[in-house]
Design a protein around this ligand. Structure first.
Ligand code: MG
Ligand code: ZN
Length: 228
């Protein structure tokens, strides 16, 4: 009987976040800004991927970055140095971004002059996937040194992902990582998932990732103009 009093409270918290996420999405759609939410464990290479992506798309896409971290503005400085307009969110200990934080950050960005918004979530494989931000697409960055067991250990995150980047493939000869075992674990949770093995150090695999990003944004714009 005690439990029944607690359940509605949890539902209210979730729906408040979902409502704000929906408002974020409407704002982004109305301005024609495509957005991705990048999730990963700490050190997988989320910021490195942003650093490699932004300059390679210079002159084609105008990119803004929202960086989520517990503390510091180190990653926003890296994104700015790479050529993006960026805003740092310090969550003050919160281990994931929430829609309200993204809403506040959106107000700081010149969205009228932006084609792609990249949100880098707090490094954490547990809860970011459970919090809608209003972004269009979830990108998960896995990395070879983390080990090939991660899809098996973090099924909720691997199930909620739309696109997977496997970073640090340059380290495959040096660490224990069975690509086949990893891919089988992913396939059980997200069959047919679009996957890009890359190295942000050597640049291997990045052209396919960039091509996919450009194509996805072109399709998004086409869908928006068809809907008008
Ligand atoms: Mg980072
Ligand atoms: Zn969290």
């Amino acid at each position: 009987m005690v439990m029944s009093k607690q359940i509605p409270v949890i539902e209210q918290i979730l729906s408040a976040n979902d409502r704000l996420a929906e408002q974020n999405r409407q704002k982004l759609d109305s301005l024609g800004v495509y957005s991705i939410n990048i999730m990963a464990s700490p050190g997988a290479g989320k910021t490195a991927l942003i650093e490699q992506t932004v300059p390679r798309l210079a002159g084609k896409l105008r990119i803004a970055v929202i960086e989520g971290d517990l503390a510091t503005s180190i990653d926003a400085e890296r994104a700015t140095a790479a050529g993006a307009v960026s805003v740092q969110i310090n969550t003050g200990g919160n281990c994931h971004l929430e829609a309200q934080m993204v809403r506040d950050a959106l107000e700081q960005l010149p969205l009228h002059d932006i084609d792609l918004l990249i949100v880098e979530n707090v490094g954490n494989l547990v809860c970011p996937a459970g919090w809608a931000l209003g972004t269009h697409h979830n990108v998960l960055v896995a990395s070879v040194p983390e080990g090939d067991d991660k899809p098996y250990k973090y099924p909720a995150t691997y199930r909620g992902v739309d696109t997977l980047v496997i970073n640090k493939i340059d380290l495959l000869p040096y660490v224990r990582f069975n690509m086949e075992r990893f891919r089988q674990g992913v396939a059980i949770l997200s069959p047919g998932l679009t996957t890009f093995p890359v190295s942000c150090v050597t640049g291997e695999g990045l052209p396919a990732w960039l091509e996919w990003l450009e194509h996805t944004i072109a399709t998004f714009r086409q869908d928006l103009s068809n809907a008008k």
